[in-house]
Design a protein around this ligand. Structure first.
Ligand SMILES: NC(=O)C1=CN([C@@H]2O[C@H](COP(=O)(O)OP(=O)(O)OC[C@H]3O[C@@H](n4cnc5c(N)ncnc54)[C@H](OP(=O)(O)O)[C@@H]3O)[C@@H](O)[C@H]2O)C=CC1
Ligand SMILES: CCCCCC/C=C/C(=O)O
Length: 498
């Protein structure tokens, strides 16, 4: 029998209030030890919707004690039993997907129909996928000496610290905690200060099917909550998604303790459209790839689009016409395609880059209409911008903006466009659009990215290894490889039978 507080709550404002001032430690919703809180704001209106508990070092220590105490018992369970409980987490999240979609729309400003509901709906798939991988936690036998049996065993690392951002908070959390738990670790999540509520609710739901202390969640600020989490002696692994700058801080702190880190960082993903590409399909791919519906707040956003000169003008005309058809507005309104930017800081950062691009000589084509409703006047709505005519040295072409801004550059020479695509600090994802198999294969080999897609720009699914090279990060997520290599260590055992 489930208690009342696990019944779905479809009014996100009510749920936000109910979750106010709480951390989840050892299976219980508790206030921060200091009793302090910080405001959570609806980015579509500027109104405060909740007070999140301000987790600090003392709360990290309390969560670490709970996670450490739970870990040995959790790891001692048969792997398939852990897998079944992780799959059960997926089941309860699925039963609450509408409420979770609404809550994440309220706190992040992502449109419910095009983004937030979609995010909530993929969670069950991630937990079911990893739950089913439990039997794959198997080692190898090694041909070493006929008198000795030499085998490898995958063992959990212990307590995992998972630090997540605000753009797809529930999904990025799921990609970390599902494989970590199946592998026999316990987890402490640190949520992003802008989006602490939906992940807290998701953890509360999962805690109802998991043993106490296996999953804990803290809200708070990076330096006061995230940093002590990385530094805590009980934490034996950190998995992080966010900016390159913070990723490096986390990696340095982890290096001091000599613990492994997985880093999923930023991107400046190129999209190359060849002269023989299907124009309509490429334009649809650009709309999905730039992630206009999420205000471009995606690490894989197609933020550099290189279009063959033969198609350049037609591509721009079709792309801007399509984006102009999109409706910006209240994220919870079913008619809305594009919601808001997450925060004032992020909004200002985007506007600053638009100004830089114009000062550099680019033409900013502003698309879609700003919402007219008075209630949304203080929201962080930003018009999508398609830049043309930027110089190759432009900062807008080189730096991650994490906003609804893309740049279109014409090209004629294939080697030169591959070189331009690779001329980036990042290496997360890339796409190429062509009907020619040889061109597609050639580009797939030469593009410096963790993921290359040909004639499509799909969001990655479980079972497809996901992760970047260069400044885009270290390691992979979403696959069997991510569970075995990032959440276990391989112990070698030699049994001398003589
Ligand atoms: N790859 C991706 O998916 C994402 C990339 N970004 C990029 O990062 C930029 C800034 O966004 P922002 O949210 O500030 O990203 P950050 O990298 O600062 O934040 C990501 C997470 O790290 C936490 N954090 C911050 N400082 C520390 C620290 N010293 N030790 C441990 N954890 C810490 C944050 O906490 P807190 O929220 O309190 O700061 C948050 O939970 C964006 O403009 C975008 O370019 C952002 C989000 C996702
Ligand atoms: C189910 C795997 C999905 C991994 C993709 C992560 C996307 C991040 C983003 O859009 O920023």
């Amino acid at each position: 029998m489930r208690s009342d507080d696990l019944a779905p709550v479809l009014d996100p404002k009510l749920l936000a209030k109910a979750l106010s001032g709480k951390l989840l430690i050892n299976g219980d919703l508790v206030p921060a030890l200091s009793g302090k809180t910080f405001p959570v704001v609806n980015p579509a209106t500027g109104e405060q919707i909740a007070d999140a508990a301000l987790g600090e070092a003392a709360d990290v220590a309390k969560a670490a004690e709970a996670a450490q105490a739970a870990q040995k018992l959790w790891a001692a369970r048969p792997a398939r039993e852990r897998g079944k409980l992780v799959a059960a987490c997926g089941q309860i999240l699925q039963e609450h997907q509408e409420e979770l979609g609404r809550l994440v729309a309220l706190e992040t400003g992502k449109a419910l129909r095009t983004e937030s509901r979609v995010e909530a709906s993929v969670l069950a798939d991630v937990f079911t996928f990893f739950g089913g991988l439990a039997p794959e936690l198997k080692g190898e036998s090694v041909p070493f000496n006929p008198d000795m049996l030499t085998v490898t065993i995958h063992e959990p690392l212990g307590v995992v610290g998972a630090i997540i951002p605000w753009n797809v908070p529930m999904m990025l959390m799921a990609l970390k905690i599902a494989p970590a738990l199946v592998a026999g670790n316990t987890v402490i999540v640190k949520s992003a200060e802008e989006a602490p509520l939906a992940v807290l609710r998701a953890c509360q739901l999962m805690a109802s099917v998991l043993p106490k202390g296996t999953l804990n969640i803290l809200s708070g600020f990076g330096p006061d909550c995230g940093a002590p989490l990385v530094q805590h002696p009980a934490v034996r692994k950190v998995t992080f998604t966010g900016s390159v700058e913070t990723g490096k801080i986390v990696a340095r702190a982890a290096a001091d303790k000599l613990i492994p880190v997985t880093l999923e960082l930023g991107g400046k993903s190129p999209m190359i459209v060849c002269a023989d590409a299907d124009l309509d399909r490429a334009v649809a791919g650009a709309i999905a790839g730039v992630r206009f519906t999420r205000q471009g707040q995606s690490c894989t956003a197609a933020s550099r689009i290189y279009v063959h000169a033969d198609l350049h003008d037609a591509f721009i005309a079709k792309l801007t016409a399509k984006v102009n058809e999109m409706k910006m507005g209240d994220p919870l309104d079913e008619a809305t395609d594009i919601g808001t930017i997450i925060s004032k800081d992020q909004f200002d950062k985007v506007q600053n880059y638009v100004a830089i691009g114009e000062a550099e000589g680019g033409t900013a084509l502003r698309c879609a209409q700003m919402p007219k409703e008075a209630a949304l006047a203080k929201g962080f709505f930003a018009q999508p911008v398609v830049f043309t005519g930027l110089p190759a040295t432009s900062r807008v072409l080189r730096e991650e903006i994490f906003g609804p801004v893309t740049c279109i550059q014409p090209w004629t020479d294939f080697d030169a466009v591959i070189a331009a695509a690779n001329d980036s600090d990042y290496g997360l994802a890339a796409t190429i659009w062509t009907k020619d198999l040889k061109t597609a294969l050639d580009a797939s080999r030469r593009l410096e990215a963790g993921l290359v897609q040909v004639n499509q720009n799909l969001v990655v699914q479980p079972n497809i290894s996901y992760g970047g090279i260069k400044q885009s990060g270290l390691g992979k997520e979403a696959s069997l490889e991510s569970m075995l290599e990032h959440f276990t260590h391989k112990k070698t055992v030699i049994l001398n039978m003589t």
